[in-house]
Design a binder for this molecule. Structure first.
Ligand code: PGA
Length: 247
């Protein structure tokens, strides 16, 4: 089964009502490759606004979700609240949450379990730091992150994996095509050995980290790169070029 190209836009903590409406209008008006699945993740405050204005066929993702049912958890958002609002996706395990907010592999795994079991699909992020890479530990770090989450996932159809080297995020320093493909192939190999051949063949593996309208086409050609998770450039008109990168 061919893997459908997937492009996610992670707005992070950026945007205003006006600027986000502008991004939505740009996507609504653009000619998007029908063979690309598109999901955008605005800040929580704007999820409903985006869902209301965005055309059908593009999905909306939260940037985080909690791993408990509704209740006394000040500041958190639940899986059932996302579903109630027509939000069918969430990003989890982004390196900014792992490093700045201190989310461990275990917390990310628990959230992934809660989301997928509750019917929310997950863009699950992994990636190594510059220190890890320079110490030759890239694959080891990724495999450790995969090993923590994998037993918690019952339905892999609800998961896409985003490989995002931390040193490439927001730095303008994109991984080379070879660096990205090498890790993507290693992730697929790990899935084959530790989950199943079908899951390895069918799970989309995205690259994230300084993807832009210029470098996306080269990356998209690689066998194991099935799309992108885009930060900064998802706020700009060139996001459309990234969506259409595999054409
Ligand atoms: P960037 O962010 O494209 O701005 O590097 C990617 C991400 O953090 O998902």
């Amino acid at each position: 089964m061919a893997r459908k190209f997937f492009v996610g836009g992670n707005f992070k903590m950026n945007g205003t009502i006006e600027s986000i409406k502008g991004i939505v209008k740009n996507l609504n008006d653009a000619k998007l490759d029908p063979n690309t699945e598109v999901v955008i993740a605005p800040p929580a405050l704007y999820l409903l606004l985006v869902r209301e204005h965005l055309k059908n066929g593009i999905e909306v993702a939260a940037q985080n979700v909690f791993d408990k049912p509704n209740g006394a958890f000040t500041g958190e958002i639940s899986v059932s609240q996302l579903k109630d609002s027509g939000i069918n996706w969430t990003i989890l395990g982004h390196s900014e949450r792992r490093t700045i907010l201190g989310e461990s592999d275990k917390v990310v795994a628990s959230k992934t379990k809660f989301a997928t079991e509750g019917g929310i699909s997950v863009i699950w992020c992994c990636g190594e730091s510059l220190e890890d890479r320079e110490a030759g530990k890239t694959i080891e770090v990724i495999e450790k992150q995969l090993a923590a989450v994998s037993p918690k996932i019952g339905d892999w159809k609800k998961v896409v994996i985003a490989y995002e080297p931390i040193w490439a995020i927001g730095t303008g320093k994109v991984a080379t095509v070879q660096q990205a493909q090498e890790v993507h192939a290693a992730i697929r190999k790990w899935l084959k050995a530790n989950v199943s051949e079908t899951v390895a063949a069918e799970t989309r593996i995205l690259y994230g980290g300084s993807v832009n309208g210029k470098n996306c086409k080269e990356l998209a050609k690689e066998e194991d790169i099935d799309g992108f998770l885009v930060g900064g450039a998802s706020l700009k008109p060139e996001f459309v070029d990234i969506i259409n990168a595999s054409q």
